[in-house]
Ligand binder design. Structure first.
Ligand code: C5P
Length: 234
């Protein structure tokens, strides 16, 4: 039941950038601090890739993949600080985080039909009191009128380290050198694709997190939101 008038007024903080820059963690923490909704757009591409595998749809078949994306049966269930992701009634929280699904996601994400199919689903997340939108094209395509756009980066080596720690926590083992290679390949694919390539929006603020702690980044974003008048005065 989206009231488009209200949605137009709900502020959006877009957080784009390459994989492993800290977008997921930072977006969740900022959304929690603000009491805003959270859109993990990468999860939608990962779920599309996973659903395609389940239904034997080839990663080259754009029309069928777009159908899979359009009819994705997905639920995000908030549960004690984390979000459980359900695909067609089954828990896909851990499965979608594997490098294999990430790689397939970046392939399906390069297809215009798939991106188009996921557009309105992403915009539906824009509800009061506000939305933190995490992805690659949140500021450049999906929420072009967002009042604050951030581009989070970090060196590829640092991102490979972070991804390894993240996977380890989820009980998945992976070597640093293979993670670095995958990250570089995924960066190249995300930046070179013809539709919605990964790049900062013209009006985005770029934040390099290589040498910043998570609380430092969250504080910086809160400061920026306050400066833009997007938070009530404390
Ligand atoms: O952010 P995450 O690693 O979960 O995203 C998985 C893949 O989905 C990315 O490598 C990227 O190709 C794609 N993606 C995208 N646009 C978004 C979010 C993710 O193309 N807004």
């Amino acid at each position: 039941m989206s009231d488009s008038q209200t949605n137009l007024q709900a502020p959006v903080l877009t957080i784009d950038g390459p994989g492993g820059a800290g977008k997921g963690t930072i977006s969740r923490l900022v959304a929690e601090r603000l009491g805003w909704h959270l859109l993990d757009s990468g999860a939608l591409y990962r779920l599309t890739a996973l659903a395609a595998g389940k239904h034997d749809v080839s990663l080259d078949d754009e029309a069928s993949l777009a159908e899979v994306a359009r009819h994705l049966e997905v639920m995000f269930v908030a549960e004690g600080g984390t979000t459980r992701v359900m695909l067609e009634g089954s828990d896909a929280t851990t499965t979608i985080r594997t490098e294999q699904v990430g790689d397939a996601a970046s392939r399906v994400a390069a297809l215009p039909g798939v991106r188009e199919a996921l557009l309105s689903r992403q915009r539906d997340f824009r509800q009061p009191p506000g939305l933190v939108a995490d992805g690659r094209d949140m500021g450049t395509v999906v929420f072009t009128d967002a009042p604050l756009k951030i581009f989070l980066t970090a060196s590829a080596e640092e991102r490979a380290h972070r991804r390894q720690a993240q996977l380890r926590e989820a009980g998945v083992g992976a070597s640093l050198s293979s993670l670095l290679k995958e990250i570089q390949a995924r960066d190249a694919r995300d930046m070179q694709r013809s539709v919605a390539p990964l790049k900062p929006a013209e009006d985005a603020i770029t934040l390099d997190t290589t040498r910043l702690t998570i609380p430092e980044v969250v504080d910086r974003l809160t400061e920026l939101l306050t400066q833009r008048g997007l938070l009530p005065d404390a």
